[in-house]
Write a protein that binds this ligand. Sequence first.
Ligand code: NDP
Length: 391
Amino acid sequence: MSLFGATGSIGEQTVELLLRAGGAEAFGVVALTGGRNLARLADMARALRAEIAVCAEPSDLAELRARLAGSGIEAAAGPDAIAEAADRPADWVMSAIVGAAGLVPGFRALRHGATLALANKESLVTAGPLLMAEAARHGARILPVDSEHSAIFQALVGEDIAAVERIILTASGGALRDWPLEALAKATVAEALAHPNWAMGQRITIDSASMFNKALEVIETREFFGVAPDQIEVIVHPESLIHSMVGFRDGAIMAHLGAPDMRHSIGYALNWPERAELPVARLDLAQIATLSFRAPDLQRYPALRLAREVMARRGLAGAAFTAAKEVALDHFLAGEIGFMDMSAVVETVLEGLNRDFGTNSAIMTLEDVQGMDHLARMRAGEIARARAGER
Ligand code: NDP
């Protein structure tokens, strides 16, 4: 197996499950990749006796080598080295690099027929049709790791997708869900990071507060399960105990419940098609007593409206949306633009690209996706800087 993004939140939890299930004795680990956290990457590579450890920055290679000295583990660095690590055959591959950088390694892992545990939701949003076709071509399997999609996948075991009437994605509403609407524009990074239920990486936690995360998941649902956009609903469920639901044509709804703990969906993908004992809390339903739901407010969460536009256009619109969102998030994290400016930046980028180039052209290649990513990043940077100047 190989883990891409091993040093992140999903990566750490995957490594924890692997060590718990026997570590290097039980699993043959091929590649582990990280970004800048070289100390952790080297520790993990030693603990799991990986063949190769790869970091994101070429300038970090000497330090990574030094940290692996005497272990016999190869070291490499840079985006090309990460992609090449994905060419090394591995039966099970975790795709958990954050952002658009996660697309290429996952795509290349499919070429040797791997089971791809897909946490990197940006892959399906930017290049869903390409990724699904590549998996089919090589007899590879994609297993969703996002808790919502894992829940849907589990609710569909033994079911015919044609019998599905609707898919209901649950959303916690994020850290700011109970704030007055007019206060959101002034929300700080620290406030948006105070997620009520889930402990996740920094970027996805902010995306949870803005519901850009849910917007990505709506598009991911459309691409992975092949349902029509109007079959996908979002409901705010503050307790985050129902991870998502599938409604069938006979009116039945299958809901997946569990503690808000990513080790469940990671472990499900790791053990699929079997189930193994996992170290997650068991729900005490009598103590929980009530589960609550509310409709999402589209003024509070413009990202959900934008997701509908992206699905209507399809093609390269997902790449533009994801890239613009990442840049807007960078500027918010740097304190340069406000919380609500993020969706305004993304909307302006989408409108501009659609007007000038038409983002709804059919996706042809990964290069087309990367080209649109680049363009949208440049536009989003310009627009975000202009907004920062107005503040
Ligand atoms: P983190 O930010 O915690 O970790 C990201 C990982 O990617 C780290 O290993 C990081 O390295 C590495 N990385 C960052 N930038 C690059 C780059 N340019 N090239 C190569 N590697 C890079 O993210 P999460 O674990 O939270 O999320 C990973 C993916 O899983 C995301 O797509 C997210 O949307 C998705 N996801 C996450 C969930 C969660 O609970 N965390 C839930 C569902 C989906 P380093 O830290 O060493 O710099």
